[in-house]
Write a protein that binds this ligand. Structure first.
Ligand code: NAP
Ligand code: ZN
Length: 373
């Protein structure tokens, strides 16, 4: 038994948390703001941040080239921009893509001698400090050290992680997620739910990480059940408002729990659906939930953990898995050649070991065939 726990990020939450915590932005004279194309502005977070930086006399420039599933090359370029601008810290605003990218950018800026892929293996100097402001409620990137990037020209995701990558501050204000539409709101909630269940089953889990996993899963599962009734019409953003706080809190809890225990097989299996078919990350993970429960139930420990976890949600494992799959709503058909290629892409991932039952390549194939043939 052990309950080691590390969470170096300071979490600050609440309405107007950016403006109410202006003094925390005084981390240097110049700042790089890392964002995607539109969401930083659309969410209102960018205006709040620049107002705070202006009030403190801090110079800033925006690097807004972060696409979904960010490429290594784009993060590397961001590191160059940060360095040439003389940025002393980074403010990341967005979903998991800009938040993850910011961690690599912060490292590239501080380690200019590295070539792009060296970041995965080299001895690194400390990164620039990061303030992370999520505009989605899913990845929990604001409170962990993972930076998932896509290798250029390869359609393969590879996670960079360094103990220097924890954001210094995570600033959570649910209003920044209020502009996110139904599709991504549900998908990101499914991502966070997968973080909770996959980390709960992980052999690396501790009593404390499981406490966060349960807390997050309860909030997310309840919100997902209610959001299944929400129509994607003109009132959709208004109708989603009641769930934003619970989703953001649940997602943050998910980020904390995977920081200790990691994610399981749903994640690498899902990467192919995202990179080849554009299925949003959370849906691409959630679609595997029935198989994830089925394989892990083959061993006593896995069966027991799944039963315990679902008891906390007040539903039978069968119902939980079926609901998550239904809410994921993935409709993809794969050829034999695609399945072979996809297995090559992801069968070496480390995530599989994070489960009581470790699936092998033949079982990965069984899963793809069962779901997508
Ligand atoms: P995302 O890729 O960051 O963003 C998805 C889309 O949502 C983008 O088009 C984005 O627009 C838009 N968007 C974001 N916030 C919005 C808002 N408030 N209003 C309107 N549109 C908004 O989505 P994500 O699911 O949060 O992140 C997925 C990435 O995180 C993947 O690369 C995944 O591998 C990674 N991930 C990381 C961790 C971790 O622990 N670090 C965990 C799970 C997943 P813009 O392009 O304009 O920003
Ligand atoms: Zn995820």
């Amino acid at each position: 038994m052990s309950f080691d726990f590390r969470m170096p990020t300071e979490i600050i939450s609440g309405e107007n948390a950016v403006k109410n915590n202006a003094a925390r932005f005084a981390l240097g004279k110049k700042c790089l703001i890392v964002t995607g194309k539109n969401s930083a502005k659309a969410s209102g977070a960018l205006d709040d941040v620049t107002a705070v930086l202006d009030s403190l006399g801090i110079g800033y420039t925006q690097y807004n080239k972060i696409m979904e599933n960010p490429l290594v090359s784009v993060c590397y370029e961001g590191g160059k921009v940060a360095y040439e601008f003389g940025a002393e810290f980074i403010v990341a605003i967005g979903g998991g893509s800009p938040l993850d990218a910011a961690k690599s950018i912060a490292s590239y800026a501080a380690n200019r001698e590295l070539s792009p892929l060296d970041i995965y293996t080299a001895q690194l100097k400390p990164s620039l400090p990061i303030i992370a402001i999520p505009t989605t409620a899913g990845t929990g990137s604001e409170v962990n050290y993972y930076s998932v990037m896509t290798l250029d020209g390869k359609n393969v995701k590879k996670t960079f992680k360094s103990t220097y990558s924890y954001p210094k501050y995570a600033i959570l204000d649910p209003k920044y997620t209020a502009s996110l539409g139904l599709n991504y709101t549900v998908s990101t909630a499914l991502d966070a739910f997968c973080h909770c269940v996959e980390s709960y089953l992980s052999p690396r889990a501790t009593e404390i990480s499981r406490m966060f996993a349960v807390m997050g899963a309860q909030k997310l599962y309840a919100a997902l059940a209610k959001m299944a009734e929400v129509k994607d019409d003109a009132n959709v953003l208004e109708n989603l408002k009641p769930y934003r706080y619970e989703l953001l809190t649940g997602s943050c809890a998910g980020g904390i729990t995977i920081n200790t225990a990691g994610t399981g097989s749903n994640h690498p299996l899902g990467y192919n659906l995202t990179l080849y078919y554009g299925v949003p990350h959370g849906r691409a993970c959630g679609v595997f939930m029935e198989e994830y429960f089925e394989y892990n139930s083959r061993v006593t420990e896995g069966k027991q953990l799944i039963e315990n976890f679902c008891r906390e949600l007040g539903d039978e494992p069968k119902t939980v898995a079926a609901n998550i799959k239904k809410w994921s709503a993935v409709d993809v058909k794969l050829t034999d050649d695609e399945i072979e290629l996809y297995l090559n892409n992801v069968s070496g991932a480390g995530n599989y070991a994070n489960s009581p039952y470790v699936i092998n390549r033949d079982e990965m194939k069984e899963i793809y065939v069962r779901l997508f043939k």
